[in-house]
Design a protein around this ligand. Structure first.
Ligand code: SF4
Length: 692
C-alpha cells in the first residue's frame, strides 16, 4: 500500500539525463510532474510522465519466489527462505567448484550505493573476480577511449548548458530527439543562436532531419569518416597548431595516418558524398567553439574504441577541447551508467574509478574494507564473456543478476538464454518477472526509485540525490538490504551496511583520491546545490563542472592523439545475408522494456517491434507496411512487422531492441567484441529477410 510521505523532489527512473521531477502520492495514487532542474529545465518525456504508474503496478513482484527444482514452478516464499537458499547455493558451489564459479551481473540503473555494495559483495563476501554489468553494453567504448586520450572518463566533461554556446556540433550515432527529448532544449538554443548541427547516422532520424547537415554513413564506417574529416581539416588549414603544441602529444603520427583518407576514398568507404564531408569539416573547423558528441551508434561496434578515438583526434586537432563550449563528450544512456562503472560494478574496477590490477589502488580499497589486499580478486570476465561461459567448464555456475535483463539485452540472446538455463543456480532481483527472472531459481522483489534513497550520477558527471518519496509495498526490500542480508548469511554481515547513507559515507572514503572522487559530496550538498559534479575532493570544494581547463588527466597533462585505421565490421553483408542490420531505441521504451512495456500509454504508443525498410528494398521482397517479416542472421531468427520508410538507407534495416520473445532483435545481433572495451557489436551485422 502506498503511503503519503510528502510531495518529494526526485529524478526520473530511466535515462542518464535524470530529469528532475516531483512525486506526489494522494488518494488517486502516485503522480509525477516535472520540476525546474538544471538538466531538464522543466521538461519530461513520455516515459518520465508515466513512470509513477509502475509503483503500484499489478504485475509488480511483492514477495520472493522460488522453485524447488529445475523445471518446477516459481512459488512465493519468505525472505528468510529465499536468502537462505541463495546463501546455501553460493556456499555449496564455492566449496564444490571454487570461488570463481559464483558470479554477479549488475545493472546501469542501480544507485551508486547499490553498485558500490554489489562490487564490494563480489570482492569481499564472495571473493570472486566475476562481476560485470549491462553498462558494459552501453558506453564502455567511449569510456575506454576517453581514458586513453584524456586520462579520465566522465561522459560529458562539461555541463549541458555549455551546448548552446558551441558554434558547431558533430553528433555521431545519437537520436536525442527520441532518446532524451528534454535535452533538445540545449540543441534548439544552439541552432537559434545560429549554430550548426551535423548529425552522423545511417538513418535519417528525427534528430538528423532537424540538423544543418546529415551524413548518412554506411554502418561501421565511422572511423573512416572521422579520419576523412581530419584529413580535410589539415589540408585546408583548419587545425589549431598552438593548441596541438601546447596541450597534446602524438599528432605527427595521426597526421601521417590520415593523409591516406582523402575525400573520394572516404566517400567510397562511408557512402557519404565527398562534398558533404568537406562541408562538415569546414563547419567544424571554421567555428570558434565546437563539440563532438558520440553515442551508441558509433560505440557499439567491434571497433568502438577506435571509432571514438578517431573523433577525439578530430576534436583535439581543431583545438576544441579544454575550454568552455568545446570538447568531446559521450551521451551516456542508462540512468546510472556513469556511476555504475565508477564504483566497482565493472570487472576491472574498484571504487573511485580505481583499477583492480593496480597495487596502490588495491591497497587503498583493502584498507577501507578492512581486508588484506591480497585477498581481493583480480579482474574478471567482461559482461558478454561472463554470459557466454555460464554453466560451461571453467565458467560461472551460480549467478546473481540484479537490475538487468540479459535474456533480452545481450547480443546473441538465444545463446545467452541457453547459457542462463545451463546454470546450476540463478537468482534474479528485479521489479517485475522479466525474461531473465522467468529463468531463475529464486526471484527477489526490489524497491523502485521512489521508494529508496540513493544517489545517481548523470551523463554530465553530476551526482544527484533520489530522495525516498513513498513506502514500497509490504514485503519488498531494497537491493542494499537484500545484499546485506546475503552477506550476513555468508558470515560477512558486519562489513555490509544496508542503509544508503551509511553506504554513501563509505563510498566517499573509498573514492577519496581516486579519479571519480566523491569525498566532498554529501546528501545535503546535493540537495542544496542541484547536484555536485565530481571530482569533489573535500566539502569546501565546489565540484568540477568543466574538466581539462588547465590540464588533461594524463601523467604529463597532455591529451593524447592515437592513430586509428578504419577496419570493417566483424560481419559484412554477403550473398547469403545481403543487408546491414542496425538496432536502437524508440521514444516510448527503455532498454529491454521490463518497465516500459508494462506502461499502458507507452505500450499503446509503440505496441510491437518493427523493422524499418526502405520502400524500394521492400518492393523487391514483396513486403508491404505491417507485413510480418522474418529476419535471419547467423545467430538466429526474429519476426517483426514491416514499417516502410525512406529515412533508412537502401542497404540497411533497423529494429528497436526493447522486445522479448520472437521479436527480440538481440536474437540476431553479433557478439563480436571490441578488443579493448569488450563492447559487443550491436550496431552492425549482416541479415537477410523474407515476408512470412
Ligand atoms: Fe528525462 Fe530520460 Fe526520464 Fe525521459 S527517460 S524523462 S529524458 S530522464
Amino acid at each position: 500500500m502506498l503511503e503519503l510521505v510528502a510531495s518529494t523532489a526526485t529524478h526520473c527512473p530511466y535515462c542518464a539525463l535524470q530529469c528532475g521531477m516531483e512525486l506526489t502520492v494522494d488518494a488517486r495514487g502516485p503522480t509525477v510532474a516535472p520540476r525546474d532542474f538544471p538538466t531538464n529545465r522543466g521538461g519530461l518525456c513520455q516515459k518520465g510522465w508515466t513512470s509513477a504508474s509502475l509503483l503500484a503496478h499489478p504485475e509488480r513482484l511483492t514477495t520472493p519466489l522460488m522453485r524447488d527444482r529445475k523445471g518446477g514452478e516459481l512459488r512465493p516464499v519468505s525472505w528468510e527462505i529465499a536468502l537462505e537458499r541463495i546463501a546455501h547455493e553460493i556456499r555449496a558451489a564455492q566449496e564444490r567448484y571454487g570461488r570463481d564459479t559464483v558470479g554477479i551481473f549488475g545493472g546501469g540503473g542501480l544507485t551508486n550505493e547499490t553498485a558500490y555494495l554489489l562490487g564490494k559483495f563480489a570482492r569481499v563476501a564472495l571473493r570472486t573476480p566475476h562481476i560485470d554489468y549491462n553498462g558494459r553494453f552501453c558506453m564502455s567504448s567511449a569510456a575506454a577511449a576517453s581514458i586513453k586520450a584524456f586520462g579520465v572518463d566522465r561522459g560529458l566533461p562539461f555541463p549541458l548548458d555549455d551546448i548552446p554556446g558551441a558554434e558547431s556540433i558533430l553528433l555521431i550515432g545519437s537520436n536525442v530527439v527520441e532518446t532524451m527529448p528534454p535535452v533538445m532544449q540545449y540543441f534548439d538554443e544552439q541552432r537559434r543562436r545560429g549554430g550548426n548541427l551535423i548529425v552522423v547516422d545511417p538513418r535519417a532520424t528525427r534528430t538528423a532531419q532537424g540538423a544543418t547537415l546529415h551524413l548518412q554513413l554506411t554502418p561501421g564506417s565511422d572511423a573512416a569518416l572521422a579520419n576523412g574529416l581530419l584529413h580535410i581539416a589539415i589540408r585546408d588549414g583548419l587545425i589549431d597548431h598552438d593548441f596541438i603544441a601546447a596541450r597534446t602529444s602524438g599528432f605527427a603520427e595521426v597526421r601521417r595516418l590520415v593523409a591516406s583518407y582523402w575525400p573520394e576514398r572516404v566517400e567510397r568507404l562511408t557512402g557519404v558524398p565527398a562534398q558533404q564531408i568537406e562541408a562538415a569539416a569546414h563547419m567544424l573547423g571554421a567555428a570558434r567553439t565546437a563539440m563532438i558528441l558520440t553515442a551508441r551508434g558509433t560505440e557499439q561496434q567491434s571497433s568502438g574504441v577506435d571509432n571514438v578515438l578517431a573523433f577525439i583526434n578530430l576534436a583535439l586537432a581543431l583545438g576544441k577541447a579544454g575550454r568552455p563550449h568545446c570538447g568531446y563528450g559521450c551521451l551516456t544512456g542508462q540512468g546510472n551508467g556513469q556511476g555504475g562503472r565508477e564504483h566497482g560494478q565493472k570487472a576491472d574496477q574498484l571504487p573511485g574509478y580505481r583499477k583492480i590490477d593496480n597495487p596502490a589502488h588495491r591497497a587503498h580499497i583493502a584498507q577501507i574494507w578492512n581486508v588484506d589486499a591480497a585477498s581481493l580478486p583480480g579482474p574478471g570476465r567482461s559482461a558478454y564473456e561472463l554470459l557466454d561461459t555460464l554453466g560451461a567448464a571453467g565458467g560461472v555456475r551460480t549467478l546473481l543478476v540484479m537490475g538487468s535483463n540479459p535474456a533480452v539485452s545481450a547480443p546473441r540472446a538465444g545463446h545467452v538464454r541457453d547459457r542462463l538455463a545451463a546454470l546450476d543456480f540463478l537468482a534474479v532481483a528485479d521489479l517485475f518477472l522479466s525474461e531473465t527472472a522467468q529463468l531463475a531459481d529464486v526471484v527477489l522483489p526490489s524497491t523502485q526509485w521512489a521508494e529508496e534513497e540513493g544517489t545517481m550520477t548523470n551523463l554530465e558527471g553530476r551526482v544527484l540525490l533520489r530522495q525516498r518519496a513513498c513506502d514500497p509495498p509490504p514485503g519488498v526490500w531494497s537491493d542494499t538490504r537484500n545484499i546485506a542480508g546475503l552477506a550476513e548469511r555468508l558470515g560477512e554481515g558486519q562489513r555490509f551496511p544496508a542503509e544508503p547513507r551509511a553506504i554513501f559515507e563509505e563510498l566517499r572514503r573509498a573514492s577519496a583520491g581516486g579519479i571519480a572522487d566523491y569525498a566532498g559530496i554529501t546528501y545535503e550538498r546535493i540537495a542544496a546545490e542541484d547536484g555536485v559534479f565530481w571530482p569533489c575532493p573535500d566539502e569546501q570544494h565546489p565540484g568540477t563542472r568543466r574538466l581539462f581547463l588547465d590540464r588533461f588527466a594524463t601523467d604529463d597533462g597532455r591529451a593524447r592523439f592515437l592513430p586509428v585505421q578504419h577496419r570493417p565490421a566483424a560481419e559484412e553483408p554477403d550473398n547469403d545475408y545481403p543487408f546491414y542490420l542496425t538496432t536502437g531505441r524508440v521514444m516510448a521504451h527503455y532498454q529491454s522494456g521490463t518497465q516500459t512495456r508494462r506502461v499502458k500509454e507507452l505500450r499503446d504508443a509503440v505496441p510491437q517491434a518493427f523493422v524499418e525498410i526502405h520502400p524500394a528494398l521492400a518492393r523487391r521482397y514483396g513486403i508491404s507496411d505491417n507485413d510480418t517479416v522474418r529476419l535471419t542472421t547467423r545467430r538466429g531468427i526474429a519476426s517483426v512487422v514491416a514499417r516502410l520508410t525512406t529515412t533508412i538507407r537502401l542497404d540497411t534495416v533497423f529494429v528497436p531492441f526493447h522486445w522479448g520473445g520472437e521479436a527480440c532483435v538481440n536474437l540476431l545481433t553479433n557478439p563480436a567484441l571490441d578488443p579493448i572495451s569488450k563492447m559487443p557489436e550491436f550496431k552492425v551485422c549482416a541479415v537477410r529477410m523474407e515476408k512470412v
